[in-house]
Design a binder for this molecule. Structure first.
Ligand SMILES: N[C@@H](CCC[C@H](N)C(=O)O)C(=O)O
Length: 257
């Protein structure tokens, strides 16, 4: 059967997007999802996202990593699905939707999407790194020589090492440019490689840098390999609320396979 798909990217984190409001897509076919994401034999993407009907919000988002498995929240995917929902005529300039980590609000202004993330109340500050969950689990560590790092090798060791083991964590390497600007490179679980950007990752980095005192600001710019993202937040007694991930989300092409 022919499958109509849409390819989106948000700061270079790219996704195969499928309108599954008619529920035709076989979600159990992990091999096919991995095939569609394969960059040599398939369409090529860091993940695949289904847009589905929802009883009380504008739509539901279902996210799969490039390995074919359903996973936790994808921040850049969440921004891209807003652009997709607008393209399909489901929403205008604002929306609410449900994802695996709960309900989200978002707005879109031309190609710039602002996505509200879940509140974060648990942040583990270890000596060498910070660990927190921004919808997906993230290990965050500061590095002096970010450009020289072998992200695939180092990220793989941390992702599969203790205490994360098989379940794993995404791994973010960070360098500080100014008090409001940090560079980030991310090894993504489920892609098992560096991606050009990770939305839940840069959100984790912004909160972690504030938490450990590297910044006192609450609007942070994150330079990823695929472009700039902004994260704003409010500090509360036990963590952070009103967290927004802001940046571009673009349709690359539409096709059939
Ligand atoms: N690219 C995503 C993160 C997707 C989930 C991640 N690979 C995981 O399995 O935890 C983002 O933009 O947040």
């Amino acid at each position: 059967m022919q499958l109509t798909f849409y390819k989106y990217q948000g700061t270079g984190n790219d996704f195969v997007m499928i309108d599954n409001r008619q529920q035709f897509f076989d979600k159990k076919d992990t091999k096919r999802i991995a095939f569609l994401c394969d960059r040599r034999f398939g369409i090529g993407a860091d993940g695949l996202i289904l847009l589905e009907n929802h009883a009380t919000t504008d739509f539901k988002m279902v996210y799969y990593n490039a390995d074919g498995n359903e996973s936790s929240m994808c921040g850049n995917g969440g921004r891209c699905i807003i652009a997709f929902a607008k393209y399909l005529g489901i929403i205008k300039d604002s929306a609410t939707f449900e994802a695996i980590d709960g309900f989200h609000e978002a707005t879109i202004d031309h190609a710039i999407v602002s996505l509200k993330m879940q509140d974060v109340s648990i942040i583990e500050n270890h000596n060498t790194h910070v660990f927190l969950d921004t919808g997906s689990p993230h290990h965050v560590q500061l590095e002096e020589e970010l450009e020289q790092l072998d992200i695939k090798t180092k990220g793989y060791q941390i992702r599969y090492g203790a205490p994360y083991n098989e379940v794993g964590s995404n791994v973010n390497f960070v360098s500080k440019n100014t008090t409001t600007n940090f560079s980030v490179r991310t090894y993504e679980r489920g892609v098992e490689d560096e991606t050009l950007s990770c939305g839940t990752g840069v959100t984790a980095v912004a909160l972690a840098m504030h938490f450990i005192g590297e910044t006192e600001k609450n609007v942070i710019t994150l330079q990823t390999q695929g472009g700039l993202l902004n994260v704003s937040f409010e500090t509360v007694d036990k963590g952070y609320k009103n967290i927004w991930l802001i940046g571009p989300a673009t349709l690359v092409f539409k096709g059939e396979i």
